[in-house]
Design a protein. Sequence first.
Lengths: 299, 344, 331
Amino acid sequence: MATLEGLENLPSRPEAKAGRGVWPRLASLPLVPLLVIGVLLVMALAAPLLAPYPPTEQNLPDRLRPPAWVAGGSLDHPFGTDLFGRDVLSRVVYGARVSLSVAVIAILVAGAIGTAVGLVAGYFGGASELVLMRIVDAFLAVPAILVAIVLASTLGPSFQNVVIVIGVLYWPRYARQIRAETLSIKEHDYVKLARIAGCSPLRILTTHVLPNLVPSLMVLASLQVGSAIILEATLSFLGVGIPPPEPAWGVIVEDGRGMLASAWWISLFPGIAIAVTVLAFNLTGDWIRDRLDPKLRGL
Amino acid sequence: MIDRRAPLTESPTRPERGAAGPILRVEHLSTQLRTSQGTVRAVDDVSFELYPGETLGLVGESGSGKSMTCLSILRLLPEGIGQTVGGRVLLEDTDLLALSEAEMRRYRGRRLAIILQDPMTSLNPVLTIGDQVGEAVGLYRGLKGKSLWSAVAEALRRMRIPAPEARIHTYPHQMSGGMRQRVGGAIAMAGPPAVLIADEPTTALDATVQAQYLALLKDVQRESGLAILFVTHDFGIVANMCDRVAVMYAGKIVEVAPVRELFERPAHPYTEALLRSVPRLDEDIDRLYSIEGQPPALHALPPGCSFAARCPAARSRCLQHPPPTVVVDAGHQAACWKLNNYGE
Amino acid sequence: MASETPLLELRDVKKHYPVRGGLLGTREIGSVRAVDGVSFRIGAAETLSIVGESGCGKTTTARLVLRLETPTAGTVAFRGTPLDQLDAAALKTYRSSVQAVFQDPWSSLNPRMRAGAIVAEPLVVNTSLAPSAVQERVADLFVQVGLRPEQAQLYPHQFSGGQRQRIAIARALSIDPQLIVLDEPVSALDVSIRAQILNLLKDLQERLGLSYVLIAHHLATVRHMSHQVAVMYLGQIVELAPGRELFTHPLHPYTQALYAAALSTHPDQKTNGLVLSGEVPSPLNPPSGCRFHPRCPYATPECAEVEPRLRELAPGHWVQDCPCVRRALAA
């Protein structure tokens, strides 16, 4: 393929507004995924306002009602009720709050640890890299689900413990990716010039390396939130995640497990919620990566 | 100086060789590119002719359109981003732009070869040299088995690659940049081609290796009567390799001349300025002549002459009306208002 | 040059990189002798250029001058004091006296920092100037390199290649260095822009008394900019002479070959012979004796035996006195 020299070196407009090149125009945003995430955020934040009933309120006379459009259902419970008469819609709405917050916090924790490890290993190399990367390899060698289950069972079901488990499982992925990126950024002349100017390693890492890692971090984070949600749902489903009666989506799915043939709506709606959420995050992550990639190539 | 207002981009003809017509004729070629800042005309109404046995230099800086011109001729524009929107490219009287992709494939690489700038990426790192050259030789000459391998060794030998039989089994990473470019040359010559497009093939090579490679190209050309379109930004290469030169700026050809003419009597202010701004090995200059400003942004070209904003000889007419092509001498044309008195 | 202490002096500097092999990668099976005994001196307001092809060691030499690496042997001395004898504070002063501009204008600037911040960084890190004083200095620097102070707000991608090099130069100037290492400063720029940047560098040298170590492969650029030129081959200097003299009277066969390979600038001026055969050998296994002998058109068997030494064969003109050179001079 001949050089696209003419294409890459088209000089940019010198007086364009600062920073405009990086942020997208409205039309090129992935509107649907972002809309979904927006709705989820609203659901999570405004759950008490949106949900028609408290999620744990039992209403035994009304139990096992099907969704509104099926015979026997009513608009009082649009998604039906479960074994204890709890409104499925309300539980799904509240579930957003639990699932999202677990996933986001866990990924932030994993990201912080993984980034720190990756930065140190990538920038300093030598012994620190050797040791840290072997630890990372060890973590990655063990099957995630197994570790998750064992760890979660040992620690016991609780919000914090789920965050810990997800954090422990996901930081090595970050570390590996961040180390690779750091190695590549380190080769850029501006890092060498920072050393020549007398910058301390800390300054170089925070001013020069980290800001250029942000695109990758964003991509990784959005893709991993999806995985984290599924992991949390799995753990809750297995009973070692968020303890009942908190309506995490995995818990709700588990509630309906024994009745899939008869009361299918109890597991279906939280299942759809999980799938849609993960898809939305994945699509957003992909979009961020595609958007930033050509820019990164030029830099 | 003959002063005649010729049609805007009538392609310049060579005065001497009457009998053999041009082997490649590019007529009013235009190519558009979609960039983040809108659609730009990377190649704007470009016309030139290439005769057998001669080397035509295509000179310009980044954004001049010289690489895009080559890609347009080869129909290798990036999909969805680049598109040829007008003109004809006649290779021995066949319009390449009118062919289907399948038909074009029979020309590309065979009658119309290319060597590229980067020896690192021109060759496939996981295939041996023999496989890569063999692929071309086998395809174009229909050879197989033993005759194929001896043809491959011959192709390598022609490119003065030492110990060709041994090299057949080596991989690109085991060779130096200069050797890799020779392998690229061997693949290109497999056709055998009538026209070779060389897109800055020596830019990434060391000076002594570059000298060897250019000498080799000249010998190959002499033996085979090959026509070469040599894209470069280096006037040293132009002086050593080219018979005629076309200078491009902002997607248009601004001057065409035989090489001696170009160096001694450059007609277009851009050519003149470029020649003056290059430091010379044989004399001491205290301060280099420099052209003000920067190469233009293709999406924001002014209505008149694209060079006017940086031109020391520009007048108001230049800023408003595109310049006509003026015949300066035999085989020498330039698109500039100054040459016909700014239209007065 | 004057008998005063040179600004920068390298004395028989060597840099070898061990190549490890063996089962666990711990055995040293050889070394890449990237720089193998280089000496030169630079005075104030002078340019020393280093020319050579890939693998000659010019980039490693630059890194040694910038103290991005430490020599395996020999000394790098700044104002007479060897660098390894400097304490941490003095080393910091050295760092602020020696700055660099690199080849690639796209890779030299942090894409996430504004141009003004990039230029200000050396000041921020090395001095305790108030922010307003820093801003003033940055504005002044922008003007000095031919940019407008308002452009300090912009990000690198909003500038052209030539402008980015100007920003890189402004940054290098910010803490008043005495020496700037220029590693192919204009090779990646358009031809019409190169002259602008070269003129700027020359002006700055005159105005500020800067010294340059210029690494370039374009001989005409080197001739235009240099007071001294060193030709390197496989880690050694084969010839070192005042700028003009090197090009009018090149003594070493390699210099002559480089000169011949530098393409003439007029079609009628054909280059005269001396097209070298072969490729540059790898620094892992340099040829014995004179390193250039496998490619030298005048080589004799004697050349493989004796390692030539650098000698001052004319005032300020040092050449490796191999048999070929001696024979040529005697003739």
